[in-house]
Design a protein around this ligand. Structure first.
Ligand SMILES: NC(=O)c1ccc[n+]([C@@H]2O[C@H](COP(=O)([O-])OP(=O)(O)OC[C@H]3O[C@@H](n4cnc5c(N)ncnc54)[C@H](OP(=O)(O)O)[C@@H]3O)[C@@H](O)[C@H]2O)c1
Length: 245
């Protein structure tokens, strides 16, 4: 029987690359999205991919999305990826409570609900791999990124606690912390730097002197979900081309 993977926030960027990576590896894959109506998955057989809208800030939507996905996958989730994340950058003094709450609800509260719901299922199957996509911002902060950095730092704590609660039965819980990856999330800053010939200032910070691509993150998640990875849990792995060195 094919293994199944579930990617939350799979309509574009790192999430889309992860969905396609697992589909190409022969998994049955489900993914959710919020406002982007995806088309890319239509090139894959309909019995191998399940796509449905689900806003992670709405608990009832999460529960009905999972119910539908479990029907598609016959209650099986081998790999779970919480990839959803947003930024609303602003200096602390100019940030509204509403914006702060939106970032925390999307990046952290949604992840917690999925940890509980999917962790429960994996716990009773006594197997599974869970990945939560964090960011280098969790460790280094970033001017104007208080809500984002705090949500990702919270996500890394969630990973440690999740590992302590679920790993005893073989459910491994880990985080993935990308550096700067070329997606819609970074396109404004990338084009600003390019237009102002400031790319060098950015690349000076990155040992590999380039930004990363979504597939490079997807490849890491796929590699860490392999059966031979059996003794790593509660960790958050940086994938940043040497940005944090
Ligand atoms: N790109 C980077 O440089 C970078 C660096 C470090 C960490 N990360 C992290 O990597 C992850 C993916 O980032 P990305 O750059 O690929 O971003 P992206 O292209 O903006 O994709 C974000 C994904 O999250 C989904 N999403 C957003 N709000 C949602 C909500 N309320 N409910 C459900 N889904 C929602 C989006 O769906 P819709 O499009 O349908 O709204 C989309 O599928 C995020 O957690 C981000 O924080 C990215």
């Amino acid at each position: 029987m094919a293994k199944t993977a579930l990617v939350i926030g799979g309509s574009k960027g790192i999430g889309q690359a992860t969905v396609e990576k697992f589909l190409q590896a022969g998994y049955k894959v489900g993914f959710s999205y919020n406002s982007t109506i995806p088309e890319f998955h239509k090139q894959y057989p309909t019995d191998s991919v399940f796509a449905s809208p689900c806003n992670v800030t709405q608990e009832e939507q999460i529960k009905s999305f999972l119910k539908e996905f479990k029907e598609f996958s016959a209650n099986q989730i081998d790999v779970f990826v919480y990839n959803t994340g947003i930024t609303i950058d602003n200096l602390t003094v100019s940030t509204s409570t509403e914006d702060y709450d939106k970032v925390m609800d999307t990046n952290l509260r949604g992840a917690w609900i999925y940890l509980r719901e999917v962790g429960h299922l994996m716990f009773f199957r006594r197997r599974g791999r869970m990945f939560f996509v964090s960011s280098v911002s969790a460790s280094r902060g970033g001017r104007g990124q208080l809500s984002y950095a705090a949500s990702k730092a919270g996500l890394e704590a969630l990973v440690r606690v999740g590992a302590q609660e679920f790993s005893r039965v073989g459910v491994l819980v880990n985080g993935i912390a990308p550096g700067i990856i070329e997606t819609d999330m970074t396109k404004n800053i990338m084009s600003y730097l390019k237009d102002n010939q400031k790319n060098d200032a950015l690349f000076d910070r990155i040992a590999m002197r380039r930004v990363g691509q979504p597939l490079e993150v997807a490849n890491l998640i796929h590699a860490l979900s392999q059966d031979e990875i059996t003794y790593m849990t509660g960790q958050t792995i940086h994938i940043d081309g040497g940005y944090m060195l």
